[in-house]
Design a protein around this ligand. Structure first.
Ligand code: 4AD
Ligand code: MG
Length: 470
C-alpha cells in the first residue's frame, strides 16, 4: 500500500513534508480566513485537522469545493504536515488542495436522504438501526479497533504458549453442551412438508440426519488436545437460547483452549494469565481508544483494568460462594445450594464481596454439562467460571471427565444417548489423560475492556432474539 494512513501521518515528524490525506469528514469549521476540516479514516482514534487559509488565495474551484464539504463526505486533501498551533494535536495539514470523492448531503437531496450521522451525539439505540454506518462514529470505530487488536492478541497469547490453532466445524450433529439450545440446519422444504401434512424425514435431509449450528467446538477440540496436547479454537458459535439480555447473542465468537495433562488448577492459571495478557495489550496498544471509553462510556475503566492486572484472582468454591450469598439480603431470587447463580448473585460476589474478578469452582453437577470431571463427593464437578464486575461470567470451563465408566454413567444419568458420543468416548478408551479447557465469549471480553453496556454494540452485526438485520 502506498497511501499513508492518517495514523501513520500523525506519527511523522512535522518537517513540512508533503502529505495526502484520505478519509471521511467529521467536522468542518470556518473563521473569516480559515477553514478547518477534521478528516478521519478509522486507522486510529484520532483524525487529522486540515487547515485551508483563504489568505493564500485558494482559487475559485477550491473555494467552491470547500463550500460543498459536509460531514460524512469522503475526500482527499493535499498539503504540508506542519506543527499544529492548536492544543491536543501535535501536527496538522496546511492544505493546498482538496477533492471531494463522495458527497454526503447534510439535507435531503433528491431521493437521497440527509446523511444520518450529523455532528451531534446519537443514542446507541439509534445507531443500532444504522449498523452499516455506525462504524464511522467514535464509539463504534474504537470498539472495532479494540476488537481487532484483541483478536490478534488471542492468537499471540496461545501461539506463544505452544497451543495450535484449530478450526472446528460449525455444522454438527452433536450437542456439545447437552443443553439443546441449537439452531437446526436443513435443506428440506419445510413449507412443502407442512402443506402436505408430512413429517420431515431427516434421513433424506442434506446430511442424512438432523444437523445443527454448533454451540461449542469443545468436544472436537478435546480430540485434537489428546493428540497435539495444546490447542485452541476461535470462531463463531450459535445459541438459540431465548435470552433477551445485554450479555447474550445468538451468534457470538468464542475462544476455547483445551490442554492435555492439565488439571483444573492449570486451567484457572491459564484463564487468569489470558485475561491479564489481553488487558495489558489493550492498555498498551489501544490507549487512545481506551481513553475515549474511560471518558465517555465507563469512567475508571483504565484504572480498573490496571488494578485487575496487578491483583491475584480470588478462588472460591461454589459452596462457599452460596454460603456468603445466603448471609446477604435484598436478592430477587433467594440463593440456595444447587441454584444456578443469577446475575444479581454474580454481581454481589464480584462487586460487593470480592470487589474484583473471582473464579468459582466445584459447582453442583446438576447445573453443569455432562463432560465435567466428577469430584469424589459425587455431588460437585471440577467446573470453573470466571466472574467479573458488571458482566458476571466471562469464562466458563472445567477439567474433563477422562474416566470411561464415569463418563458413560453421567451420560446415562442425563438421558443422553451414548451412541451419539461414541467418538468422544473413544478418547477415554484409547490413551486417556487428564485434560482441561475453557471457553471465553469474545464479545464479553470486549464489553469488559471497553465498558460498553450492551453486547450488541461490540459486534458489527448483532444476531439476537428477534434481530438479524443487515
Ligand atoms: O459457559 P459456556 O456455555 O461454556 C462452553 O461452551 C464450554 N464448551 C467452554 C469450554 O469449556 N470449552 O460458554 C463459554 C463462554 C461464557 O463464559 C461466555 O463468556 C460466552 O461463552 N457465552 C456467550 N457470549 C455471548 N452470548 C451468549 N449467548 C453466550 N453464551 C456463552
Ligand atoms: Mg457457562
Amino acid at each position: 500500500m502506498t497511501n499513508l494512513l492518517i495514523k501513520e501521518i500523525l506519527a511523522l515528524p512535522p518537517e513540512s513534508q508533503d502529505v495526502t490525506v484520505r478519509g471521511w469528514v467529521r467536522t468542518k469549521r470556518e473563521t473569516k480566513n480559515l477553514v478547518f476540516i477534521e478528516v478521519n479514516d478509522g486507522s486510529g482514534f484520532n483524525g487529522i485537522q486540515c487547515t485551508f487559509d483563504r489568505g493564500n488565495s485558494l482559487g475559485d474551484a477550491l473555494s467552491a469545493a470547500l463550500g460543498a464539504v459536509n460531514t460524512g463526505c469522503s475526500l482527499e486533501v493535499r498539503g504540508k504536515l506542519v506543527p499544529s498551533p492548536a492544543s491536543g494535536q501535535a501536527v496538522e495539514v496546511a492544505a493546498v488542495d482538496m477533492t471531494i470523492i463522495g458527497d454526503a448531503p447534510a439535507e435531503a437531496a433528491g431521493d437521497i436522504p440527509a446523511y444520518p450521522l450529523q455532528k451531534k451525539r446519537h443514542s446507541l439505540e439509534f445507531l443500532r438501526e444504522i449498523a452499516h454506518l455506525r462504524a464511522r462514529t467514535n464509539t463504534f470505530g474504537a470498539a472495532a479497533r479494540v476488537r481487532s487488536r484483541l483478536g490478534f492478541a488471542v492468537h499471540q497469547f496461545f501461539q506463544e504458549r505452544g497451543f495450535q490453532y484449530l478450526n472446528t466445524p460449525l455444522i454438527t450433529a452433536s450437542d456439545a453442551e447437552g443443553a439443546g439450545a441449537m439452531f437446526q440446519v436443513t435443506t428440506l422444504d419445510l413449507d412443502a412438508l407442512a402443506k402436505s401434512g408430512k413429517v420431515p424425514d431427516y434421513s433424506r435431509d442434506f446430511f442424512g440426519k438432523r444437523a445443527f449450528l454448533t454451540v461449542s467446538g469443545q468436544l472436537e477440540a478435546e480430540t485434537y488436545a489428546t493428540a497435539l496436547t495444546r490447542v485452541y479454537t476461535f470462531g463463531p458459535t450459535f445459541r438459540a437460547e431465548n435470552s433477551n439480555t445485554t450479555r447474550h447473542l445468538a451468534e457470538f465468537w468464542m475462544i476455547e483452549p483445551e490442554a492435555a495433562f492439565a488439571r483444573l488448577e492449570d486451567n484457572m492459571a491459564l484463564a487468569e494469565d489470558f485475561l491479564k495478557y489481553l488487558f495489558t495489550t489493550a492498555l498498551r496498544d489501544c490507549a487512545a481508544d481506551l481513553a475515549f471509553f474511560d471518558a465517555h462510556v465507563e469512567k475508571g475503566i483504565i484504572d480498573t483494568l490496571k488494578s485487575v492486572i496487578d491483583s491475584k484472582f480470588v478462588h472460591m468454591t461454589y459452596t462457599d460462594a452460596v454460603t456468603e450469598l445466603e448471609k446477604a439480603t435484598g436478592f430477587e431470587f433467594k440463593p440456595y445450594w444447587g441454584c444456578d447463580l443469577q446475575s444479581e448473585h454474580e454481581r454481589f460476589l464480584t462487586e460487593k464481596l470480592i470487589k474484583g474478578p473471582v473464579i468459582l469452582t466445584d459447582y453442583p453437577k446438576e447445573i453443569k454439562a455432562f463432560y465435567m470431571k466428577m469430584n469424589d463427593d459425587d455431588k460437585t464437578v471440577r467446573a470453573m467460571d470466571v466472574l467479573v464486575p458488571r458482566l458476571g461470567e466471562i469464562i466458563g470451563g472445567s477439567e474433563r471427565e477422562e474416566n470411561l465408566q464415569r463418563l458413560e454413567r453421567r451420560l446415562g444419568e442425563l438421558g443422553l444417548d451414548a451412541a451419539n458420543y461414541g467418538w468422544y468416548l473413544d478418547l477415554r478408551r484409547y490413551g486417556t489423560v487428564p485434560h482441561s479447557g475453557f471457553g471465553m465469549g469474545f464479545e464479553r471480553l470486549i464489553q469488559y475492556v471497553t465498558g460498553m453496556a450492551n453486547i450488541r454494540d461490540v459486534i458489527p452485526y448483532p444476531r439476537a432474539v428477534g434481530q438479524a438485520e443487515f
